[in-house]
Design a protein around this ligand. Structure first.
Ligand SMILES: Cc1ncc(COP(=O)(O)O)c(C=O)c1O
Length: 370
């Protein structure tokens, strides 16, 4: 076997650092707050629909995910023909990059944006361009200053993971207005349901009012169906048509379609989940203030802790302070997210968990700091 005969992937692919999911452990009592999953779990109606799907395992699913799309359309008051479903929103994001990027096309996202944008750009012939943030928040002027003749797509996670910051409705409209019309703006609303700030807008109106804007959403967070891989996008017809041409013909399983549809019907469960998140968040924010740990963002279901000022007490030094606390938590069977891959080596991202999980984690962090 000659090495030079080994088949080579497209340029850019070998340079990709693989996406690493949040760590966890099967050990008894382990607390996993590293992947922004819901502590409440899914609706019992969704679980029942999932189990009932066992009756139809031998037949292909509905390749158009009709039932799920109809429920989404009714909930969001949008046209069913402008929706596409995917095996997680990551599939949809990938389809967008695969459909539209040509070699050398540039893709802009903010400095500490969700890592998948860089991966899918490199995987699909594109050139990733990171726009500077101000105060760990996407900055419209910085994004616009990155635009060149080669810019094809701008991805904006709103709110962003891991910073937890967001652009308000006016800022989102301003971004769209300032971007040349031919550039595709993808608004990733994976955490949209959690946001309670009055000036937030998920960007739906921009989809109908402009020609090249897409909104993506997921069932992995507030609906707590991450294992089933369900995402969707709302986009103008010309984009839906293109994405449908290249997706897998049966990209969602019957169980995913049925469980997703049932989850949408259980509005009370979603409300409960958002309330739990909001109440726990208030408590956590107060507690972190008391122990002088700065928290960023916080409009979604996770908090980004800035551990720079506890570094002074830590002889290991500033860069390692987050890692040091992370190791301490791991020793105590607690798994949070190290965000050094995101260029944030002195921060940790912690999902807002159940009351009990949050209490245990906070106790351990207090113990570490004091
Ligand atoms: C901002 C953002 N977008 C998209 C996703 C992907 O979600 P999924 O593929 O589970 O729908 C995530 C997952 O963590 C995320 O944080």
């Amino acid at each position: 076997m000659k090495l030079s005969n080994l088949i080579k992937p497209r340029d850019g692919i070998l340079g990709i650092s693989r996406y690493k999911g949040g760590k966890g452990s099967q050990a008894a009592g382990a607390i996993k707050l590293s992947s922004n999953e819901s502590p409440l779990g899914p609706s019992v109606r969704a679980v029942k629909a999932y189990i009932d799907s066992a009756k139809s395992l031998s037949t292909y699913p509905d390749g158009n995910s009709t039932l799920l799309k109809e429920k989404i359309a009714a909930l969001h008051n949008i046209n069913v023909n402008n929706i596409i479903c995917g095996a997680g929103s990551d599939e949809i994001l990938n389809l967008i990059a695969a459909a539209y990027l040509m070699p050398g096309d540039e893709v802009i996202f903010s400095e500490h944006a969700f890592l998948l944008y860089k991966i899918i750009t490199l995987a699909n012939n594109g050139t990733p361009i990171a726009a500077k943030e101000v105060g760990l928040k996407a900055n419209i002027d910085a994004i616009i200053s990155c635009v060149t003749k080669k810019t094809k797509i701008v991805f904006i996670a709103n709110p962003n993971n891991p910073t937890g910051s967001y652009l308000n409705g006016n800022e989102l409209s301003e971004l769209r207005k300032k971007l040349p019309e031919h550039i595709l703006l993808v608004i990733d609303g994976a955490y949209a349901e959690y946001v309670q700030e009055g000036d937030y807008n998920d960007g739906k109106s921009l989809i109908s009012d402009t020609s090249n804007t897409v909104m993506t959403r997921t069932f992995s967070k507030v609906y707590a169906l991450a294992a089933l891989r369900i995402g969707w996008a709302y986009a103008p017809s010309h984009i839906i048509e293109v994405l449908n041409k290249i997706r897998g013909p049966f990209n969602l399983s019957t169980a995913a379609i049925n469980a997703g549809a049932a989850a949408i019907e259980d509005c009370d469960h979603v409300t409960k989940s958002v309330e739990l998140n909001s109440n726990e968040k208030q408590k956590l924010l107060k507690a972190y203030e008391e122990i002088k740990i700065k928290v960023h963002g916080g409009v979604a279901n996770f908090l980004l802790l800035d551990l720079k000022n506890i570094a002074k007490k830590n002889p290991i030094g500033q860069r390692e302070s987050a890692e040091d606390l992370n190791n301490y938590l791991i020793k105590n069977n607690i798994f949070v997210r190290n965000v050094s891959d995101y260029g944030l080596p002195s921060h940790l991202r912690i999902t807002i968990g159940s009351k009990e999980q949050n209490r245990v984690v906070l106790d351990k962090i207090r113990e570490y700091v004091e």
